[in-house]
Write a protein that binds this ligand. Sequence first.
Ligand code: HAM
Length: 418
Amino acid sequence: MVQIMISGVRGTRDIVLDEIEQWQRLERVVREICHRYGYHEIRTPIIEREELFSKGSGESTDIVQKEMYVFEDKGGEKITLRPEATPSMVRALVEHSLEQELPTAKIYSLGPMFRYERPQKGRYRQFHQLDVEAFGIESAALDAEVIEMAVQIVNGLGIKDIDLVINSVGCSACRPDFTKALLNELGSRVSELCGDCQRRSKTNPLRIFDCKVHNDQSVIDTLPHTIDHLCSSCRTHFSEVREILDRFKLDYKVSHRLVRGLDYYMRTTFEILGNSIGAQDALLGGGRYDGLVKVLGGPDRAGIGFAAGLERLVMAMPDESRETLLTDAYVVAIGDKARMPAQILTRDLRHAGLSAVVDLEAKSPRAQMKRADRTNASHVVILGEDELEQDLVSVKRMDTGEQETILRADIINYLRRE
Ligand code: HAM
């Protein structure tokens, strides 16, 4: 058989070695904060019906137009790898009547998403999100609570140098007026824009603000801002959000360009940008989507949430927050007779909740000591034939080099105390 090296798929990555510890820490912090804010974890499938996103995320979005991994399964069903979690969360909310089951309908999920984008640093074809969604409350108080929680997650991971940006994109009552103003202002200059924007001007003019094409920016900069065209209830809602954020003493900027790349948003939108991670700097983004539950066949319920890109959070986490998991004990057996007792001792340590490693390859004591060093063990527990006879073990602290001999029966308590 010909041997060939098969590499991973472009835009995907393996999480290996030290990086996994950062992911584990990230997941611990995130779950803890979600719990503190009253969110329940749910897990939804990676494959969904394609129409969940064409209806939910929006037919005219880049995600649906260009980025979804869609295929027909063997039963002829049109399936997609989920490009985002929000429509799935809404589907699960409706399908399981979670609003009735949970005291407050606040749910979160962690998992991989798939978008066929051009890969670069911080942008992948398979990436991971923390997705947080809350339902049933229209009040600006929830917008502010959700935004504050997003900041808390970033802070909780030790990430510094961030910008919180917010905007309001209005509602179905004020959007038509805004669209009219935008198309008026654009006028004949629409022909100066890229092909995508020309299409957007016909299907969904708000999406023009998503454009990244350099030459389009001078025209886009002259277009009107959604916040200047809000109806009175959207205006009040936005000022209430701002008032609470001010009372929370959160620093934020209002950015009229923040329309977000998905069609379901109304009223508040927000993002947190990380200034240390390069061009793909959106650590998380979200907003309010009051019509979506109904569009996806559920009751008329308000909704708001955000999703954070875990790869980007890991990139932005400071080095000192890297947590190296120490092994409590590396058990070294000296001489053949000590091998089996060392293996049994190791099992006992593990059963007592300590992490322990033992050499199973009959290496020399010197080789075992070297391994102990590389394993990042806090202690080496040495079991020689002498110790064995007297029911003793020697314990060496790896940081100070101190060594003492104790009763074998005391080793668990000794290590626990340490
Ligand atoms: P989104 O802005 O498309 O929103 O994605 C949220 C976050 O996912 C981004 O800020 C970024 O950190 C990360 N992300 C997106 N695409 C990639 C990629 N290709 N590679 C790496 N990271 C990426 C949503 O997905 C909405 N569902 C958020 C939401 C929840 N709105 C309301 N509820």
